[in-house]
Design a protein around this ligand. Sequence first.
Ligand SMILES: *Cc1c(COP(=O)(O)O)cnc(C)c1O
Length: 426
Amino acid sequence: MSEISTGRHRSPAPADAGLAPATDGSGAQWTERYTHAVMDTFGAPQRVLVRGEGPYVWDADGNRYLDLLGGIAVNALGHAHPTLTAAISAQLGTLGHVSNFFASPTQIAFAERLLALAGAPDGSRVFLTNSGTEANEAAFKLTRRTGRTRVLALEGAFHGRSMGALALTHKAAYREPFEPLPGGVEFLPFGDTEALEAAFADGEPVAALVVEPIQGEAGVLPLPPGYLVRARELTREHGALLILDEVQTGMGRTGTWFAHQLPHIGGGIVPDAVTVAKGLGGGFPVGALIAYGEPVATLLARGQHGTTFGGNPVASAAGLATIGVIERDGLLEHVTALGRRLRDRINGLDHPLVATARGEGLLIGIELTAPVAPQIAARALEAGFVVNPCRPTTIRLAPPFVLTDDQAGTFVDFLAGLSADLGEGA
Ligand SMILES: *Cc1c(COP(=O)(O)O)cnc(C)c1O
């Protein structure tokens, strides 16, 4: 690996330069073309990006941005990381895809690695997917195999947009246009232990409780201490599965491999299943359902689930390389320390619009004193920072793990210098 671990990485020129994708054109020209070619589900793009390196991206007009969103908690190693690029290229040049009628050493090693990081007991198994939604879809199918159909999820939950994952997602605007969704899902108030106890005490037997240890899309909201411990007791007592959606919080984002491994969040519990994706492949699409122990790992029997791309060697190589760099470079410790300093510095600001910064590691929610998150995000973009207004009063940061203290500091300076009179409708 030593020959590719230093310096800037440049992709080799394609063998036939005529096949290289065109990147010339202004941001305005590309945006105009976008509106005619790409379905309008996301609204107009904020910028058209042409390249990235480390924690920075550049737009079609040559402007540079510090990427504090990391493709929504995806680009754990930043952009164009040389080790990740080399691992993906090498695998693609050796064996790029096989059907799941066959296996590859890369896929097997990747699954083993995930089980080890999860601390999963003997008999545990992994189902590899291409996204978080697919991992949750597999988890949802798994709950149906318990012979029960009642599934508990939390208000504010986001689990994805396929019909099954959407059934577990709380937001009415996402759900209602697509009803009827698969049935049996019930939403409980977020972080409310009494409501959880009441749900188990009454009604049909519960198949599973599905929760995010820290709700990401809802505004970086950690479950209160003790909630997951009580959830584990109740699910065990009632023979229900405890399924953790760590698609956003997993793979080092919170300074531990999984958020539930943080003692004050998970309290040492062992879940029945965990889903991961986002940061897992460092930017390459990869997801996984990790099932803990033989009985859960065998709920989906032969022929009951499948995927064409899931577990493909290139995605598996991306996952292995991402995990490898996080370990080699001590990035979990860095994520913990940098996240704490960044939150402390934001909390130390005396700014009328900034209330508090919360979260774990490099998943941070900045709570504002007024619903001006979209305006602040727009100002930030103008000033060269990519951030996300995940709700009107909250800015979310989920930057690459390779971000430095000094780079993070430039954003704190931006916040400190932000004019207080944005106006709610500005
Ligand atoms: C992003 C996200 C998903 C969906 O993942 P995709 O890769 O977009 O399909 C599911 N759950 C959580 C908690 C997420 O943050």
